[in-house]
Design a protein around this ligand. Structure first.
Ligand code: PLP
Length: 368
């Protein structure tokens, strides 16, 4: 590929001196699990998200899973999730022993359609997981209002939304708790796996701290049947370096989104819709086309890497065959899976490459 979908090597090179310094600092400290780097990162990331507490964990899936466990959500319970999300949102519910109940997204924003939530609530429903998909905040106020009326918890899946704002407020401070992923390709990415929970609830935070570390707060005293799911010192040290760049790198993504928005206005593609209350962070720039596969092939022919987020919705994955759902059950999610394509939007994408991508799209021959 002349233009890869995402260039993580370029991201490293831009910060190499600081990342290498962080690496040596941790190596020389001789301390690798739950130490000063994780403590410092947790404080810095909580501040960044305007949340009182942050708990570093192993990855984004574990962040969501531990939130559910800490809320005592488990077997017999139902949790509302979007029909169109990365499967991790659903898996977190399944790992807790609860059942994911899907609700379709709004066709324009791709985020949970709050008007459809109440029809999915049953006496077993305990929580709603709102995903800020592609880095666009979900419309949280109506979701929180419905949750209050039905006595449900609200969890943000903020794995794609580090730094996004909803009505001026940061993702990670909008619900009862939020799960973040630091998978390398995320807006705030580690150089390996990592994740975090943010919350204002001190009790919930304490339970998650205990659950991530074998159910123990005093070494070899186990209060709960916990897990081993800790952010490690090395990743925390890298994340502290990258957190200092997050706003600048999100601003570059936003400039690329503006460029696509201008140049692709008359391309015939469906472009992202941004409600006036949303400050997205453009984890992905997702456009829609009936001739998506052809477009992807033609761009690949010009050496331009694209991705499909996501080609199969969770309810049609073999992993969820037990739920016995069929094509047609969630038509909005299914149509998205057929028509969406993500264009390169990494912060290291040059303006020359942005123009090249836009020109290739405008010149693509999309005839059936
Ligand atoms: C990446 C992602 C996750 C999972 O994060 P991992 O760190 O890969 O476990 C969860 N939800 C969404 C929406 C994601 O994009």
């Amino acid at each position: 590929m002349k233009i890869p979908f995402l260039d993580l090597q370029a991201a490293y090179l831009e910060l190499a001196p600081e990342l290498d310094e962080a690496y040596h600092r941790v190596m020389q400290s001789g301390w690798f699990i739950l130490g000063g780097e994780v403590d410092a990162f947790e404080r810095e990331f909580a501040d960044y998200c305007d949340a009182k507490q942050c708990i570093g964990v192993g990855n984004g899936l574990e962040a969501l899973h531990l939130i559910l466990r800490a809320m005592d959500i488990g077997p017999g319970d139902e949790v509302i999730v979007p029909s169109n999300t990365y499967i991790a949102t659903w898996l977190a519910v399944s790992y807790a022993g609860a059942t994911p109940v899907a609700v379709e997204p709004d066709r324009r924003t791709f985020n949970l359609d709050s008007a459809r939530i109440e029809a999915a609530i049953t006496p077993r429903t305990r929580a709603i997981i709102a995903v800020h998909l592609y880095g666009q905040p979900a419309d949280m106020d109506p979701i929180i209002e419905i949750a209050r009326r039905h006595n449900l918890r609200v969890i943000e899946d903020a794995a794609q939304a580090h730094g996004a704002r909803y009505k001026g407020r940061r993702a990670g401070s909008l619900g009862d708790a939020a799960g973040f992923s630091f998978y390398p390709g995320k807006n705030l990415g580690a150089l390996g796996d990592g994740g975090a929970v943010t919350t204002d609830d001190e009790n919930l935070a304490e339970r998650i701290r205990v659950l991530r570390n074998y159910g123990s707060s005093i070494k070899y005293h186990n209060e709960l049947k916990g897990y081993n799911s800790r952010l490690d010192e090395l990743q925390a040290a890298f994340l502290r370096v990258k957190l200092r760049q997050l706003d600048a790198w999100n601003a570059r993504r936003s400039a690329i989104a503006d460029c696509y928005c201008d140049t692709l206005r008359n391309s015939g593609l469906t472009l992202p819709f941004v409600p006036e209350w949303a400050d997205p962070v453009w984890h992905l720039y997702v456009v829609g086309s009936r001739l998506r596969d052809l477009l992807q092939q033609q761009l690949a022919g010009q050496g331009i890497g694209t991705m499909i987020h996501y080609p199969i919705p969770p309810h049609l994955q073999p992993a969820y065959a037990d739920l016995k759902m069929r094509p047609g059950d969630f038509p909005v999610a299914e149509k998205m899976a057929e028509q969406v394509i993500s264009l390169p939007i990494g912060p290291q994408l040059s303006s020359a490459d942005q123009e090249l991508i836009a020109n290739c799209i405008l010149q693509a021959e999309l005839e059936c």
